[in-house]
Ligand binder design. Structure first.
Ligand SMILES: *Cc1c(COP(=O)(O)O)cnc(C)c1O
Length: 425
């Protein structure tokens, strides 16, 4: 038995499902997970000594690849001075400044420890600021596991939210409305009817948690116009897209300015982090400046700040996003070519360095179309890729990420592997 299998068997006795986040269990591809020993550049190494080219990148944060020497150095330097003080440090200010310089809609920012915390807190703030309770989200968008956002789309528009998990009381989600992504008509109808009760719309400006689903042309612009008219706050959840799509995130890429922005993943350089920010007129309602309570023992942790700062400094250099774009174009175009030459129904979606290979006949534009994918075919593809040393996300509904550490050779090897995989699908 492999060491990974041994460890997984033991882990299941101590940790529910053997993992500390569900998707890591590889259930949807019918396998058991690899236990990882280390990561370096574009590659990860499992506890059995196998190397893989990694397209998970810790689910988004590792845009520089694993253990980038400069990030490691910054961490070591910070570590020597202590790990946490529960008191302000200059590092928090430095990261806040970097975020604001990059993202014009951020006039103030609050650091938290995860993307989940960022979205929960942003919504609390939006409700307090507007004095309204209702929240609109979109089917297939993920905003962390906060109760009020763990909601399934009801049948029919604007039905009451249905809890997305046992343990979430119906009462807690009755103010959450889930609408189909990319469907501006559905949003209009709800706003016409109950716009005055709606505090905010929260949206992934590029959906990345049902596989990558880009916004249709005009979708974000219309959300902006509609919310503006009704005094509804527009929240962009850029936990994935922030510093992934451009140095200023998806909002810069599409040139749409939200009222509030949630960040995470990349801004922590691989350490636990989150942040939310926006117009200072709104942000100043947060305690202790205002009375909207939100706190965190480890918020603004020096190690997370140091890793984030170093990551952003590297990303801010000229040409980084062009390099990512070029490599990304190569990989996804080659995959498109492979798809074209077979009769296996598949569809490639990518924006910048995030993308998904969907096994479906036709386009994926929302959660309903995403759900129509052939997940069985995806599992086969995943297994064939893994056999050839490619660590692809173990679910049809996750984004694959290219990092600056992926070399042209890595990408060529990946294309070769995909070519072989398609032969046996
Ligand atoms: C990952 C993610 C979150 C949650 O972040 P955590 O740090 O896992 O809590 C929220 N929103 C989006 C868009 C994400 O991709």
């Amino acid at each position: 038995m492999s060491r990974s299998k041994e460890l997984f068997e033991q882990a299941q006795r101590y940790i529910p499902g053997g993992v500390n986040s569900p998707v890591r269990a590889w259930k949807s591809v019918g396998m058991t997970p690899l236990f990882i020993e280390k990561g370096e550049g574009s590659k990860i190494y499992d506890v059995d000594g196998n190397a893989y080219i990694d397209y998970v990148g810790s689910w988004g944060p590792l845009i520089l690849g694993h253990s980038h020497p400069r990030v490691v150095k910054a961490l070591k330097k910070t570590l020597k001075k202590g790990t946490s003080f529960g008191a302000p440090t200059a590092l928090e200010l430095e990261l806040a400044r970097l975020l604001m310089d990059a993202i014009p809609s951020l006039e103030m920012v609050r650091m938290v420890n995860s993307g989940t915390e960022a979205t929960m807190s942003a919504i609390r703030l939006a409700r307090a600021y507007t004095g309204r309770d209702k929240v609109i989200k979109f089917d297939g968008c993920y905003h962390g596991h906060g109760d009020l956002l763990l909601v399934k789309g009801g049948s029919g528009l604007a039905t009451l939210g249905i809890p997305g998990s046992p343990g979430v009381p119906g009462d807690l989600v009755k103010h959450t409305l889930s609408l189909p992504y990319n469907n501006i008509k559905a949003v209009k109808e709800v706003i016409e009817r109950e716009g005055r009760d709606i505090a905010c719309i929260i949206v992934e400006p590029i959906a990345g948690n049902m596989g990558v689903v880009p916004p249709k042309e005009g979708f974000l612009e219309e959300l902006r116009a509609l919310t503006h008219k009704e005094g509804i706050l527009l929240i962009f959840d850029e936990v994935i897209t922030g510093f992934r799509i451009s140095y200023g995130g998806a909002q810069k890429f599409y040139d749409v300015k939200p009222d509030l922005t949630c960040l995470g993943k990349i801004i922590g350089g691989g350490l636990p982090v989150g942040a939310y920010g926006g117009r200072s007129e709104i942000m100043r309602h947060i305690a202790p400046q205002g009375n909207v309570y939100q706190a965190g023992t480890l918020s603004g942790n020096p190690l997370a700040m140091a890793a984030g700062i170093e990551t952003l400094k590297i990303l801010s250099k000229n040409g980084t996003y062009e390099t990512l774009e070029k490599r990304s174009q190569f990989l996804w175009n080659e995959l498109k070519n492979i798809v074209k030459k077979t009769n296996i129904p598949a569809y490639v979606a990518h924006v910048g360095s995030m993308g998904t290979l969907f096994f479906i006949n036709g386009e994926v534009t929302d959660f309903n179309t995403a759900k129509a994918c052939d997940t069985h075919m995806f599992s086969k593809y995943f297994r064939e890729m893994l056999k050839q040393g490619i660590y692809w996300p173990p679910s049809q509904f996750e984004a694959s990420f290219i990092s600056l550490a992926h070399s042209e050779e890595d990408l060529e090897n990946t294309v070769k592997a995909a070519h072989e995989a398609f032969k046996v699908l």
